[in-house]
Ligand binder design. Sequence first.
Ligand code: AMP
Length: 477
Amino acid sequence: MPTKKIIKKKKEEKKPKKSTPTKIVKKENPQKSEQPSGEQRNAKGVRIPALLRGMKDILPKDEGVWKKMYHTAENISEAYGFGRIQTPVLEEASLFIRSVGRGTDVVDKEMYVFEDRDLAKICLRPEATASVARAYIVHGMVSLPQPVKMWYFGSMFRHDRPQAGRYREFHQFGAESIGDRDPVNDAELIVTAFNFLKELGISPVLHLNSIGTADDRAKYLVELSGYLRTKRSYLCEECKKRLLKNPLRVLDCKNEQCQSTIEESPQIVDSLSESSRNFFMKVIEYLDDLSVPYVLRHTLVRGLDYYTDTVFEFYEEETGEGSAQSALGGGGRYDGLVEELGGRPTPGCGFALGLERVAYAIKRNLDKEVKTDVKAKNNQVYFAQLGEQARRRALYLIEDLRHAGTVTYHNLSKTSLKNQLELANKYECPYTLILGQKEVQDGTIIIRDMESGIQEIVDQKKLKSILDKKIQSLTNA
Ligand code: AMP
């Protein structure tokens, strides 16, 4: 039963290493010491313009790592069928106030908000999910095949207290999948981020939780607030304020004083409705199928208001866990966001990885082999699947093909073959792989030549070599 499984996994949850965060933070970030600081004057006493606090230059000597991150992000996103979106760095301030939410650090304390020359209130984007959701609405993407899958790579701005791994301008690679509430999307996003990190030589540890729907959370908040009120005297001053303003944020507190209270707090999974619990179980099952390891962390709630159901974060294996500073990235589902911004009720989910932290992890692991080659893109196929069993097997086969360098377009939440073949045509894939229940049982798969319509049944074990030959003959033709 779902609940049992959640509880069983919960026991495997590791407790955050309490001393790790500060240590990592202090040692981390070679860039910090490289940045010139303080006022500088030349020999004539002329002041040299300073680098703003919390900002950094990315110098040519670091370009190799940034290129590597960009190419890996591009390759992996395209292989999973995400299209690149670039949104402006400047947005209306209200976009983030309405989505990220008042009461969050990002909106209340960290946004760069100012008046434009025409007195409009604008801001430097502190994150990109809200911008992508805005773009989805204003460009009428609701009329495209759903989900619409987009990735981005760019700078974000938060007026945070600069420290190691924390800047005022930083970069994120992120991906969003908007328009479909199937848990397979959550698993696909997680595996995309997971593989991005792995391909860069990093060993990611995935922390996972579900915060349910807004109703589930309202129910949980009553319980949590009641519990926290009884423990008020044990909380730090900041958490006493959070208790009044936004009790969920207490669970994010990193202050040592609050940790035992947080650990013993009621668990949000116990407040999940049946449908949210089943949804979460499905995500977990898909991750099991994909052999993506995870740690269930009941205190993981994420700092932004728009999340619903699945939430997750990535840490680097060697650096331990638990510190917000050491998180390489995170994400989750946001089924209310598009509607909140004035669009139709539209589900969505996504992730964002902090590239400064990823760059640091890469540099530290430089002695490990990192794949740098940019694969040719003329070998794309469409993968169509029919039925639950086929979908599961598809996840596995797509991974296999991707590792072998084949770009695989797919839409695992589609159930009709006709729709999937239409998409294959749209993406101009020369071949479509078709997997139904019968093929799963026989260990076979159909290769359809999209031009002639001729279909061939082949053994799944021979798929890669047969496909390679076909693609090769296409390239030679
Ligand atoms: P968030 O958008 O807050 O979920 O952050 C996602 C990831 O972006 C974090 O896990 C960090 O890796 C990175 N990040 C967030 N804020 C900063 C910052 N001020 N400086 C550097 N990286 C950051």
